[in-house]
Structures are given as structure tokens and as C-alpha cells.
Ligand binder design. Structure first.
Ligand code: SAM
Length: 276
């Protein structure tokens, strides 16, 4: 399983180049695309087409070749094979046949986008391509409302605006990143809310390039705040002047000093005592 560049042809490992040279064949989605990569590295290995429409029959044929002693490499048009790309069937069948399968790790758009997103990386949910139909897309997004992880999707340029609209409608205000043309000449990472990124893209004559959309985690549910009087008492006990404590609490809670004063006073006068 050989990862290949997602744009910049230099993003390939020494090992991948060696294995592509040494293999008896390279199974690939589009033979012309892969040929360009192989030519760039002076690799003459024959290519065999393996794509979503011939996966099942081809998998059986390729496994028979391996069982006869050949060694094959599987690549996709870009990035890591099997990730939103064909390959799962042959790996599954090869594993069942007891064939040794080795990964040659390398580029993948989802990880490239995640590491430049500035969004949390501790937990992420990769959802592949968002559904093309709005109903299914919204339904899927709804099912992920409480997912406590950065959400990552692939999206085509002609659907990016609709996808952003649905993200805003279903998930509300969140940190969104749209990464486009990663590792290529026009690489771009847009950050903002879904509405802001949609508005920016709408200004353009055309929207080009493939996108990775990343959606920040749902905002944490805020822990209930302590009653205002208690917070002020604590500040006063710590030596803060009463008016300063009122001001601090007002600032922290987004209230005016007057509102805080009203809250802590009541009809019976100030509940928070002056410092003795
Ligand atoms: N197997 C690939 C990988 O490991 O990333 C993904 C293949 S999937 C068919 C293609 C999608 O990946 C594109 O529609 C786009 O969403 C994303 N993608 C691929 N290359 C990209 C790039 N250079 N910049 C941004 N997104 C990219």
C-alpha cells in the first residue's frame, strides 16, 4: 500500500520510489496519472488499472498473481490508497488469503489539512466525502452534533458552498477550516465560521481545487458559574476593594457595573458587605 503525493511530486518517500521500481506491477486508479508520477522518478514498472468499477474482479486476479510469486504495489491517484479511494477489497481479500501486506506511509490530504488547521488534534473524526444530497448531508451532520472531536470531510469545489451552508445551519457557530490545493501552487487555508468562509468563496469568479473541510469541536458546555455575590465575597476576602471586585465580576460576566450592583444589592440594600 504505497502513498503517493497529493500535489507536490517531491512528497514521496525514498522507500516508495524503490518499491515502485522493484514491484512486478503497480495497481492504480488511472494509469495515465500514475504513469506521470512513475515517469517523473524514472520508474518503468508496468501499471494495471484497479478502480472502483473493476475492484472485485481485479482483486481476485491480482491476488492470484501474488500467490504465483509476484509482488505488487497499490497506489491511488493521490495520497494514501484506501482513504476515500479503492483498495479496501483487495486488502481484505489478501489478508484472508494470508498474504503479507505492507504499508508505505506518506501523504494524505486529511492529515495534511488537520496539522495546519489549528484545530484540536487529540481526537478527530474523518467522515470521508460529505453526502452529495442535502437531506443526507444534514442528517449526517446532525448525527455528529455531539461528537467531541474535530470533524474532517473531503469536498468537491462545486459543492463547497452548499456544504458550508448546511454546516452553519446544523452545527451553528464553530471554528471551520477549509484547506484547498494543499502542497500545490495555490495552496490556501481559509479559517472562520462557515458563513465567513462561504462569503469569502462567493466573492470569487470560480471556486477551484479540492477541499478538506474541518469543523472544530462543539463548544464546551460551560460549568455553571458561582453566584455573583459569592464571587465578590471571595475577591473581597482576598483583599480586593469592593468597587474593584464589582468591576472585575462585571467584566468577567459581560455585565455592566450597574447591573452587578443591582444584582448584589436588592431591595434590602447591598448583600455584599464592605470590607471591615
Ligand atoms: N486518498 C486520498 C488521501 O489520502 O488524501 C484522498 C482521495 S479522495 C478521492 C480525494 C479528495 O481528497 C479530494 O476531493 C479532496 O477533498 C481531498 N484532497 C486530495 N488532495 C488534496 C489537496 N491537495 N488539497 C486539498 N484536498 C485534497
Amino acid at each position: 500500500m504505497v502513498s503517493t503525493p497529493i500535489g507536490n511530486l517531491e512528497d514521496i518517500t525514498y522507500r516508495a520510489v524503490r518499491i515502485l521500481k522493484e514491484a512486478d506491477w503497480v495497481a492504480c486508479e488511472d494509469t495515465r496519472t500514475t504513469r506521470r508520477l512513475l515517469d517523473h522518478y524514472g520508474i518503468a514498472t508496468r501499471t494495471i488499472s484497479y478502480h472502483e468499477h473493476n475492484e472485485t474482479e481485479r482483486a481476485a486476479e491480482l491476488i492470484a498473481r501474488i500467490e504465483a510469486g509476484e509482488t505488487g504495489a497499490l497506489v491511488s491517484d493521490a495520497g494514501t490508497p484506501l482513504l476515500s479511494d479503492p483498495g479496501y477489497r483487495i486488502v481484505h481479500a489478501a489478508a484472508a488469503a494470508g498474504i503479507r501486506i505492507e504499508p508505505l506511509p506518506g501523504p494524505s490530504a486529511l492529515l495534511a489539512a488537520l496539522v495546519v488547521s489549528g484545530l484540536p488534534t487529540d481526537q478527530f473524526h474523518f467522515g470521508g466525502f460529505l453526502p452529495a444530497k442535502q437531506g443526507q448531508r444534514r442528517h449526517l451532520l446532525e448525527s455528529l452534533t455531539d461528537e467531541h472531536a474535530t470533524l474532517i470531510f473531503y469536498e468537491a469545489p462545486h459543492r463547497i458552498l452548499e456544504a458550508l451552508e448546511d454546516i452553519a445551519a446544523v452545527l451553528g457557530k464553530r471554528d471551520i477550516v477549509a484547506a484547498r490545493e494543499l502542497t500545490k501552487m495555490y495552496e490556501e487555508v481559509l479559517r472562520g465560521t462557515a458563513d465567513e468562509i462561504g462569503a469569502e468563496l462567493q466573492k470569487r469568479d470560480s471556486i477551484r481545487g479540492e477541499f478538506v473541510i474541518l469543523i472544530g469541536k462543539a463548544l464546551e458546555h460551560k460549568a455553571p458559574e458561582a453566584p455573583i455575590e459569592d464571587t465578590i465575597e471571595i475577591l473581597i476576602a482576598a483583599g480586593v476593594e469592593r468597587m474593584e471586585a464589582l468591576k472585575t465580576v462585571a467584566r468577567e460576566r459581560g455585565l455592566s457595573k450597574r447591573e452587578v450592583y443591582k444584582l448584589v444589592s436588592g431591595p434590602a440594600g447591598p448583600k455584599v458587605k464592605r470590607k471591615q
